[in-house]
Every structure is written in structure tokens, then in C-alpha cells.
Design a protein around this ligand. Sequence first.
Ligand code: PLP
Length: 420
Amino acid sequence: MADLPGMTRYWHPFADMGAVDASGELAIVRGEGAYVFDAVGKRYFDATAGLWYCNVGHGRSEIADAAARQMRDIAAYNNYGDLTTPAATELAERVSALAPVPASRVFFVSGGSDAIDSAGKLARRYWYELGKPEKTVLLSRRNAYHGVNGFGTSIGGIEANREGYGPLLESAQVDWDSPSALDETIRRLGEDRVAAFFCEPVIGAGGILPPPDGYLAEVRRICRDRNVLFVADEVITGFGRCGHWFASERFGLDPDLLTCAKGITSGYVPLGALVISPRVAEPFLRPGVMWRHGYTYSGHAAACAAALANLDILEREGLIGRAAELEHDLVAALEPLAGHSLVREVRGGTGVLAAVAFVDGDHALPARTLAALRRLGVLSRLLADGALQISPSFVSTRADLDALADAIAAAVEVAAGEHR
Ligand SMILES: Cc1ncc(COP(=O)(O)O)c(C=O)c1O
């Protein structure tokens, strides 16, 4: 087939490549705080903090300098066996101290999907080491997003992301808001078959669904009572997005395993981590036992150096507390939109996380609104149900959020007008 005029060699993630070829790419060339710029200098409010990751905002030369310094010394070295770099060891100490998992160990990976697959493997292997090799089934929630690797695809709660791959791993999805659905599923499958329950404290890509009151405490209790490991997927909520270092702290979750990524470096360099409780670590510390798992870039020194500089900024500038304030600012700024005739609902209220869902009836309305927003100087994206994702960086101001709400109201009017 002949190349189309606008065709790119770059196959974009989660992209309708036919549409990209037809309409072209938007290249972002620079970022500054809560804003990014394209190649012709047009400024956009970054309503999504990249992809839920840029907690400290763009253009922080302190992070670039830390990574560059580390690269000049040594960019990375294999961390298998007894090898490490000071940056990896220091970051593990720091993440372990920040995470609400006392005496935890920290296993580094390259992103959220790796963290999830590592958690799935470790959970199953844990039960194997305890003489219960039949405890292999992984549970998760409908609408959940746990990345795109093998385990993450298998336990994903967004059906479209699982389709077309043939048999996946053994898993079951339960209603996202119902502790009794989890309890019944564990009973049906049998406690002796279920390894772990994966849970985003606030469902992110599946639509920004904050936990119903009491939900998290109840599912945590069920997992404890039924001897099922509780895995908090904090890839989005970790490093401040819910106004605490981790949402597990806010909700008292005491997870057996905790996955994180994104905000650990604010996205300056890819990095993820699996925080492992002493309970899960214990069988692997026995003589002769070894977890045969690891990635080339586990504990990549330059990534860890960037993370340390990012944590310094979060601490020094009090950005976790700022995120707690922004949670309220975001609700207040978006509130007027809930009364708009073209808006079905505004979801949020837990963390710097919100979604604006549009009325049904016109399937193209969300996409047209997104395009209009872009013209108005706001970059966002659509979540699984077509709602707009709002998850800005912690350096955003109340004025930024008010302007964002105004832009959304204007964009949806423009989009509706295009249809008439
Ligand atoms: C809750 C959650 N888990 C896992 C992932 C996968 O992370 P990554 O895209 O870094 O592989 C994501 C990504 O958005 C996520 O939101």
C-alpha cells in the first residue's frame, strides 16, 4: 500500500493509527510548570499532567541535572544478585520509608505495567512457597486498569483492552463498587484458589471512580479474613495525587503489595516500583529460595537519581499538601459544569482527579469537545467511557482550574454547534 501524505512511521500507543495518518500528529516540544508548548509555540494547559505522572510540573532542571550527573558517573549498572548503585539503594530506603508498608522491601521496574506483572507473579509465587500452589486466581474490579503486560491485560476491567488475545491468565472481575461481590466471588472460586485482589484506590483510566464510602476498608477486611493478598495499585495515586504520599495511607489499607510508577519520577524518566510487605517477603528470605524475576533496567541508576530529585521537590515545596488543597479547588472549579445541559456528570472529589462526562445521544460529542479544547489551548484525553480526564500537576493554580472549567464549557458548546 502506498504511503499516505501525512503518514508517520511512529506507531503511537493506544492510537487509531488510521486517524493519526489522516489528521497528522501534534508534537509537544517543551513544558513549563502546568503548561506545554507545541512546535509553533502555542501554549496548552496540561490537564492530564502528561499521563497522570507530572506531579511536580514540567521543566524542572533540577531533575534533569540529577539524571545527567548520574549518567556522567555511570548511567546504569546491572543490579542482579548483590550488585547495586547508591542511587538505587537510597531510593529503595526512601520509598520504603514513605510507603505505608512498615519494613517493606522495594523492587524496581520500568513502569506501571511491569510493577503489576511483578506483583501478579510474586503473589502467585508466594503461595507456591507456602505450599499452596493452587492459589493462582487473581481478582480485580470492573473498570480497573492495570496496564498492558500479560498479567495486567488478564486482570483488566475494561473489556475492550482484553479482547482478541485468546486465552489470558485465570482471573475474575467483580463489580467495582461492591464488597459483597468480592466476597461472593472468593466463596464461589474457593479461598484455596484465590491468590490476590488488585485494587486501584481511585479507579483512573476506567473513568475516575472514587471509592464509595467504606468500600476500601471492607474489601481490605474481606481479603484479610479470606487469606487473599491485597494489592494496592497506586500507579496513579502514589506520590501525592490523593493528598497523601500514598492513598493506602489515606484509607488505612495496609497493603500486602503496592505498585507505583508515574509520580515516582514525575515522568521525567520511566521508573516503577513494587513495594513488598514483610509478610510477602518472608518466604523468599528463607535459605535456598530465590525469586527468579528481574528486568535489565531494575534499579536503573539515572532513573533512580531522577526519582530522588523529584522526591526532594515534592518534599521541599510541600506539594503533597498542595495536592490536598487542589482536591478541593478542583471540585469547586468544576462544580458549575455539572449544571451544564451538555454535561451528564462531573466525577471526582478524591485527589487531584476528576472526569467530565457528556450527555448521551451524540457519540461524537466527546471527541469533538476534546478537539475544540485543544484549539482553545487545553490538552486532555478521553477515558474509557468518553469522559474527559482531569488530573493536572500539583503546581496548577485555582486560576488555572477556573480557566480550564471555562474552556470545557466553551468547547462543549462549540462541539454541539458543529453537530447541529
Ligand atoms: C492504575 C494503573 N496501573 C498500571 C498502569 C500501567 O502503567 P504503565 O503505563 O506505566 O505501564 C497504569 C497506567 O496508566 C495505571 O493507571
